[in-house]
Design a protein around this ligand. Sequence first.
Ligand SMILES: Nc1ncnc2c1ncn2[C@@H]1O[C@H](COP(=O)(O)OP(=O)(O)O)[C@@H](O)[C@H]1O
Ligand SMILES: [Mg+2]
Length: 222
Amino acid sequence: MIQLFHVSKYYDRRPALSDINLQIEKGEFVLLMGPSGAGKTTLLKLLFGAERPDDGQILVQNRNVARLRPSDIPYLRRTMGIVFQDFRLLPKKNVFENVALPLMVQGASTFETRRKVAEALKAVGIDHKKDHRPATLSAGEQQRVCIARAIVNSPIILLADEPTGNLDPHLASEIIESFKVINARGTTIMVATHNPQVMAQANRRVLMLEQGKLIADPKAGL
Ligand SMILES: Nc1ncnc2c1ncn2[C@@H]1O[C@H](COP(=O)(O)OP(=O)(O)O)[C@@H](O)[C@H]1O
Ligand SMILES: [Mg+2]
């Protein structure tokens, strides 16, 4: 599903990632941990084609994302859902409209849109708020709307960067449970976080980055 071979990425000749080797199977739920500056966000950006590696190979669903033409990147993204720490919801649209956005961009029918949005909202337990505007929701609810928007296209892979970063432990806990539900339906998930609560509660494979190096990965014997 996701494979990295000797991947390095430099910013101003300083390595953000050094010689990363990694394999993630279909259906896994993986946590990418490590302190601030360890390279977590950089790794996610490489996976969705926002950055390119300086060395090595990255295969996502058997496609070499390091060599994708810019015109191929939208196709890659369509198979991925992405969740960021800051919500980036449209304030003047309600929950339904925010989640429907990726479908409307693709020209989905009204019927299809209603069905898929309802399903995504249900998966994260927020279907009862579909007519509300983002500002009237709690931070945890807003983040769940973002997750619903990320999964509305039934992505094969869900990437999340510090999805609990602004949330208190109770709300963070709800987010983690949402990820478990989504994962149980077959979506491969990679969550970057420095929150130990997420690691403890998710109880899944943990990849540990430190200064751009992969220093722990149980599957690779690290
Ligand atoms: N666009 C950028 N330009 C220069 N340096 C960057 C850029 N993005 C990240 N870095 C550097 O790369 C390293 C890894 O950053 P990042 O991947 O954001 O780490 P994390 O997400 O684990 O906090 C840090 O030293 C950071 O300063
Ligand atoms: Mg980061």
